[in-house]
Design a protein around this ligand. Structure first.
Ligand SMILES: Cc1cc2nc3c(=O)[nH]c(=O)nc-3n(C[C@H](O)[C@H](O)[C@H](O)COP(=O)(O)OP(=O)(O)OC[C@H]3O[C@@H](n4cnc5c(N)ncnc54)[C@H](O)[C@@H]3O)c2cc1C
Length: 466
């Protein structure tokens, strides 16, 4: 087991259900505000739900519904990320975005979209003609009609950031229990008793950040749910690193009511990705890849950047958005039961997480009075971004294990230790990028199996863990 079991004798100030990016950010905020916090995650590691597969764009919220809770949380989350990224060593690629119209209807939609951006406080946008657009992006296809530039749409590392949030919570006193499913609970007037797969645990306040299961957890704990999760799958194709040179900006289509559309952008690890799709499905746990859809993504990528047709793929992946029947986030406080539900954080949760966490803290005002930590610790997460300093460039790293992604033995040892140590291959990948490069683990999985033998809760498939 990766963590100690819940502490039945201790009554926490808050228990957060769910270790996605939202739960991690809430754990950090409440800990910094002086609360005694525990985060419970049912999976073997954190970031196993919606947060494991997204586009990794730090959105300004220029296209969010004006005046919505989502827009407010994205704006606040974005601002805090920029404010703290150096102190936690979070990556930031200041790519900027171009919103590109390819036909009459999309061109006609640009002025209203720019008005919306200004109404959302994103005022530094600039309209561009077709020629100006292609001057900024020489590899773009000929069919561009017009665009506008959103200079502050950036790229980030979608996993190191939430790890850093939760790590900051932990080093300042929070408790994290993985492999811990919340299966029921009762409110006793002044505290909750939650039943979990690892025993009972008590808390004054409960915060439901269960992502794709948010509605189920509400029903289980407060006997009602005011929204239903409709998982919306997004598939991606990831190109080899040379393809990243084909574009400087995040290339966005004109969004529709349902989706932000197919994006083409590099990643902070130096690849180029095309996606995501937006496909409704019932299953909440599985996001299967469909060859025909992936072919159409490749085709769309080459329609936008024709030179992409000559580049090879590194990987394919899919994620599930916790969408609901509503357009906005579904965050509600139930003061009479000291319960906050943080649901429906659909397609912008990575950007909004720090802002959503502030909003949740405000909703909890009056439930518990605590003084903020006077001098919190600021742990630094390892840099995995292509353009920053990496461990393979430093002495004494034990040698490179994964040559495609330049992951050292010391990178892996670091990820296998400490209070949030990796407990599965998936968790190790998210902390180091090991096996995620061109060879997809063909060359490094054997030494990796040796290094991790007996140290993962879920051994590497095929490895003898005896
Ligand atoms: C294709 C795609 C592209 C996206 N692109 C972007 C982007 O570019 N920028 C951006 O800002 N956002 C993006 N997003 C959105 C973002 O990824 C989500 O909004 C975010 O991950 C939601 O996080 P969450 O913490 O609410 O949910 P989750 O990550 O699902 O976390 C919930 C956690 O709760 C746990 N849990 C559930 N039930 C229980 C229980 N009973 N007991 C204990 N634990 C439980 C789950 O195991 C899970 O780990 C994208 C999403 C997708 C799918």
């Amino acid at each position: 087991m990766p963590d100690t079991a819940p502490a039945p004798d201790l009554c926490h100030d808050a228990i957060i259900i769910g270790g996605g990016v939202i739960g991690c950010a809430i754990a950090r905020r409440l800990t910094l505000e002086g609360w005694n916090v525990a985060l419970l995650e049912k999976a073997v590691d954190i970031l196993d739900g919606a947060s494991k597969g997204n586009s990794a764009i730090l959105h300004t919220g220029f296209d969010a519904p004006s005046g919505s809770l989502e827009q407010q949380c994205v704006a606040d989350g974005y601002a805090e990320y920029i404010d703290i990224h150096r102190r936690l060593n979070l990556s930031l690629d200041r790519a900027g975005a171009l919103v590109i119209a390819w036909n009459d209807a999309e061109e006609a939609a640009l002025p209203a979209l720019m008005d919306q951006a200004r109404a959302n406080g994103v005022t530094d946008i600039a309209p561009l003609s077709a020629a100006q657009t292609r001057e900024l992006e020489p590899e773009l296809a000929q069919g561009v009609r017009a665009s506008f530039r959103v200079p502050r749409e950036y790229l980030v590392d979608p996993w190191s950031a939430p790890y850093a949030y939760l790590m900051q919570a932990v080093v300042n006193g929070a408790r994290v229990v993985r492999n811990c499913t919340v299966s029921g609970g009762t409110y006793h007037g002044d505290h909750w008793q939650l039943e979990t797969s690892r025993g009972a645990v008590r808390s004054r306040v409960v915060i439901n950040a269960a992502g794709l299961y948010g509605d189920h957890v509400d029903t289980m704990l407060i006997g009602q749910n005011t929204y239903t999760i409709h998982p919306r799958k997004g598939q991606f194709v990831v190109y080899d690193k040379p393809a990243a040179a084909l574009t400087r900006h995040i290339l966005l289509p004109v969004p529709t009511k349902v989706t932000k559309g197919i994006v083409v952008c590099r990643t902070i690890w130096g690849n180029l990705l095309v996606g995501p799709t937006a496909e409704e499905q019932d299953a909440r746990d599985t996001a299967t890849l469909d060859p025909a859809t992936l072919d159409s993504l490749r085709q769309r990528g080459a329609e936008i950047l024709p030179a992409l047709a000559a580049h090879e793929l590194t990987a394919l992946y899919a994620g599930l958005r916790p969408a609901t029947e509503f357009k906005d986030y579904q965050i509600s406080a139930h003061a009479d039961r000291a319960y906050v539900s943080v649901g429906g954080i659909r397609s912008t949760g990575l950007s909004s997480a720090l802002g959503t966490a502030r909003h949740v803290h405000k909703l909890c005002a009056g439930l518990i009075e605590r003084a903020p930590l006077p001098a919190p610790h600021w742990p630094q997460v390892p840099n995995l971004a292509e353009d920053g300093p990496r461990d393979w460039q430093c002495a004494g790293n034990g040698g490179i294990i994964c040559h495609c992604e330049k992951v050292t033995r010391r990178d892996i040892e670091t990820a296998l230790s400490g209070p949030l140590r990796a407990t599965s291959l998936a968790g190790l990948k998210r902390r180091t990028r090991v096996t995620m490069g061109r060879c997809q683990g063909n060359y490094c999985v054997a030494p990796l199996a040796d290094i991790t033998r007996g140290r993962l809760d879920q051994p590497i498939p095929g490895a003898d863990d005896g």
